[in-house]
Design a binder for this molecule. Structure first.
Ligand SMILES: [Zn+2]
Length: 227
């Protein structure tokens, strides 16, 4: 289980990200219920985490109930102000970004694959936190665990497949540095560099440690945050 240092010093925050050895959190697979129960025990979560049918968009689901809905909402962002309500994003190569605003007491969990980044998911989340939850950009703390690195994020023709704002992050071999892109998007949206913890471990290069869809895994890692 990965523990993000940026949230240490905030005892009200429970957080972590599973690695491959923990088991798969793919909700479409057998064994999911056992792994979820294990996760609940490991992090002492009072309820099952809320999670989504992730669709590589930028839609936000605001959680207003303690118990998860029986039907998974179709969205890629979870936000809540409720205490004791865990949020989870499932990933294998995509970035799972965890947000905490210690001033307004709001958390967000974000599924940010390249399609989500193209759909402006980072700016959308921050705009929503500011507009609807009174967050200030400079208060936000953001963490992300392993995801596809610039070593392995290959595109056929990234200058055509991605909008122009990705150009500075495309290298000569058609690899894209999505970590640097995310960092730049967070900076541009007003999150201070010292408030960002991106692990920069590549899931495909480290697929002994991580689930990687590009390496052929169907398993998913879970990134969890709760106040
Ligand atoms: Zn790699």
């Amino acid at each position: 289980m990965i523990d993000f240092k940026i949230f240490n010093g905030f005892p009200e925050v429970v957080q972590g990200m599973t690695t491959k050895d923990f088991g798969s959190l793919n909700s479409d697979e057998n064994g999911f219920q056992d792994t979820i129960k294990k996760l609940q025990r490991e992090l002492s979560l009072p309820t099952e985490p809320h999670f989504l049918r992730q669709v590589h968009g930028n839609k936000i689901h605001v959680v207003n109930t303690v118990a998860p809905l029986s039907e998974m909402p179709e969205a890629d962002v979870l936000i809540t102000q409720l205490k004791g309500v865990p949020l989870m994003i499932k990933v294998a190569d995509c970035q799972a970004l965890l947000f905490y605003d210690p001033t307004q007491h709001v958390i967000a969990a974000v599924h940010a694959g390249w399609r989500g980044l193209v759909a402006d998911i980072i700016a959308t989340v921050i705009r929503t936190l500011v507009a609807d939850f009174d967050s200030r950009q400079e208060d936000l703390l953001v963490a992300a665990g392993p995801s596809l690195g610039p070593c392995c994020a290959t595109f056929t023709d990234p200058h055509r497949e991605l909008p122009p704002r990705f150009s500075p992050y495309i290298n000569s071999e058609n690899h894209v540095d999505l970590w640097a892109f995310t960092q730049a998007e967070l900076h541009e949206a007003g999150v201070p560099p010292s408030h960002i913890e991106l692990m920069k471990v590549c899931t495909q290069s480290s697929h002994d440690l991580c689930f990687s869809a590009r390496a052929g895994d169907t398993g998913r890692m879970g990134a969890v945050i709760m106040m």
